[in-house]
Design a binder for this molecule. Structure first.
Ligand SMILES: Cc1ncc(C[n+]2csc(CCOP(=O)(O)OP(=O)(O)O)c2C)c(N)n1
Length: 296
C-alpha cells in the first residue's frame, strides 16, 4: 500500500472514530444495533459527511438508545413520533441531511400514521427501520411485525394474527425509495445507507435486525441462509412498483435485500413548495428576532 492510500485510510479511520462517544453501551451482546451503527458511521465517512452536515432523530427504544452513542447533532423524541420530528427538521433546514431511526414497534404501531404521511409527502429524510420483530426495550412484547404463533411476553400462548408485511405496506403508499438490508452484513448495509444519504426524498431502509434476547426465531444466521441480493436477479427493474411488491411477499424462504424500489420522478416535499422556489436561505436562517420588550 502506498503512503498516500495509507494516509487516506488513516484520515477515514480518524473520522470514523470521531463519530464514537464514550457513553455506556446498553445494548445486549450481539444486538444488531452495533452493526447498524457501524454501517451508518462508515456510510457517512465514505460520503464525506462532517458533523455539521447532518442531524439524527431517534425514536424511543433500543434503536433510539443509539442517540448518545453517536457524536453528532442528535434529537431523541417521543415513542412513535420520530418521523414528525424528522420532517420538521428537514423542512426547517434543507441544508442538512436528516436521518431518522426507529424500531418496528414505533414504526408500525404508535407511529404508523406518521409513516404513512412521511412516505406520501416524500419528506427529505433517510429513515432506518430497525426491524427486530418485537418491542425490544420493554422486554419483548409482540409488535405488529412479530410472526404469527410466536410466544412473546404479553402473548404467552402465541401471537394470534398475521403480521404486517412492512415493505408491501410501504410500497402500497407509492414511495420514492425502498431498500432492505440485514444486520449480518455490514458492507451491504453501508452501501444501502450511502444510497439513502444521496436520495433527495424519503428513503425507507429496513434492516432485518438480530435481537438475541427476545427474538430467537430469526437471528442473523437465519437471515444469512435466506437473503438473496436483488442485484442477482437478471431482469429485475427496480423502477417497477409491481415487481417490487411481488418480490417482497416472501419473508420466509427467499428474502430479497438491496435497493428494491426507486422512483426518481417523485419530487420531494421541499421541491414542491412554491413558496420556497429559488430560495437560497432556509427557514431557520430566516427566523427574525423581534424586540418585544417595548410592548410589555
Ligand atoms: C406512546 C408510548 N407508548 C409506549 C411506550 C413504552 N415503550 C418505550 S420503548 C418501547 C418499545 C420500543 O420497541 P420498538 O419501537 O420496536 O424499538 P426497539 O426497542 O425494539 O428498538 C415501548 C413500548 C412509550 N414510551 N410511549
Amino acid at each position: 500500500m502506498d503512503s498516500k492510500t495509507l494516509q487516506e485510510l488513516e484520515a477515514k479511520a480518524k473520522k470514523l472514530m470521531g463519530f464514537e462517544t464514550d457513553k455506556k453501551i446498553t445494548w445486549c451482546g450481539n444486538c444488531g444495533n452495533y452493526a447498524i451503527h457501524n454501517a451508518l458511521a462508515r456510510a457517512l465517512v465514505l460520503e464525506n459527511f462532517e458533523r455539521k452536515d447532518f442531524v439524527m432523530c431517534f425514536d424511543v427504544g433500543c434503536s433510539g438508545n443509539g442517540s448518545d452513542k453517536f457524536e453528532a447533532f442528535t434529537i431523541h423524541g417521543l415513542h412513535g413520533r420520530v418521523l414528525s420530528l424528522a420532517a420538521g427538521a428537514a423542512l426547517a433546514n434543507s441544508k442538512v441531511k436528516v436521518i431518522a431511526e426507529a424500531g418496528d414497534g414505533a414504526t408500525f404501531s404508535e407511529g404508523v400514521s406518521h409513516l404513512v404521511h412521511a412516505v406520501r409527502n416524500n419528506y427529505p429524510v433517510m429513515f432506518i427501520h430497525h426491524n427486530n420483530e418485537n418491542y425490544g426495550l420493554t422486554t419483548g412484547q409482540a409488535s405488529a411485525l412479530t410472526r404469527c404463533g410466536v410466544k412473546m411476553l404479553g402473548t404467552p400462548e402465541g401471537v394470534m394474527v398475521e403480521p404486517i408485511n412492512s415493505l408491501d405496506f410501504v410500497l402500497g403508499l407509492k414511495p420514492s425509495f425502498v431498500a432492505r438490508g440485514f444486520s449480518g452484513d455490514v458492507d451491504h448495509m453501508t452501501e444501502l445507507f450511502r444510497a439513502g444519504l444521496k436520495h433527495k426524498g424519503f428513503a425507507f431502509i429496513e434492516v432485518l435486525q438480530a435481537c438475541p434476547t427476545y427474538n430467537r426465531l430469526t437471528p442473523d444466521a437465519w437471515y444469512a441462509e435466506r437473503v438473496r441480493n436483488v442485484e442477482d436477479l437478471k431482469s429485475y427493474d427496480r423502477t417497477d412498483l409491481w415487481a417490487a411488491r411481488k418480490i417482497v411477499q416472501d419473508v420466509d424462504k427467499e428474502i430479497y435485500i438491496g435497493l428494491l424500489y426507486e422512483n426518481p420522478e417523485k419530487k420531494d416535499f421541499v421541491s414542491l413548495l412554491k413558496s420556497r422556489e429559488g430560495a437560497v436561505t432556509t427557514p431557520v436562517e430566516e427566523v427574525k428576532h423581534y424586540d418585544v420588550r417595548g410592548l410589555i
